[in-house]
Design a binder for this molecule. Sequence first.
Ligand SMILES: C[S@@+](CC[C@H](N)C(=O)[O-])C[C@H]1O[C@@H](n2cnc3c(N)ncnc32)[C@H](O)[C@@H]1O
Length: 200
Amino acid sequence: MAYDGIADLYASMFSSRLETRPFARNMIGTFAELVRATGNPRVADVGCGPGHLTAMLHDLGLEAFGFDLSPAMVAHARRTQPALRFEEARMEALPVEDGALGGVLAHYSMIHTPPEELPALLAEQVRVLAPGGLLLVSLFGTEGPEPVRFDHKVTPAYSWPVDRFAELLGGAGFVTFARLLHAPASERGFLDTHVLARRP
Ligand SMILES: C[S@@+](CC[C@H](N)C(=O)[O-])C[C@H]1O[C@@H](n2cnc3c(N)ncnc32)[C@H](O)[C@@H]1O
């Protein structure tokens, strides 16, 4: 996986990023509060990268663990967050029982998934969530009717019209109840987009 070669570099660039990203930080805070209110504190950080947000979820009172398909990212996360559990796994096939989780966080980790593969990936998140469980997806947002493929520094990625993404969430069985779009996002002009959905 492309992230394997840059796990330490990625961590040095992004592990403290939310300190200067109040919208993202507070969306995760809101997500954590809503998950705690479900009474099920178990949360998966899917595509967790170096594990800094898994640690943030833990600090917010949740029983958080992380999954990533990149062995180097998982190794980095285990090294820097030794008290937390990290496993190599694909978001498309999580080693989690049906209905086990109160929440799933996907912070810029679904950006690399080709649009045609997203329905199955989202259905997997529905599977692992308990009824009432929450999903917070952060991604690049764009105008226009269709997702836009672009050459991300690591591996190709997609930015999404938020309505199209919410449609996919609905198709997978989620109810989207909050969206936050804001600048600056990136030099490419995408909006930072955060979507909160619930499994009914
Ligand atoms: C942009 S990084 C985001 C990492 C972290 N969530 C963050 O916000 O810093 C994307 C991460 O998602 C992981 N990833 C991408 N596709 C994945 C998949 N299908 N299953 C599991 N992990 C995936 C990559 O290995 C990488 O660590």
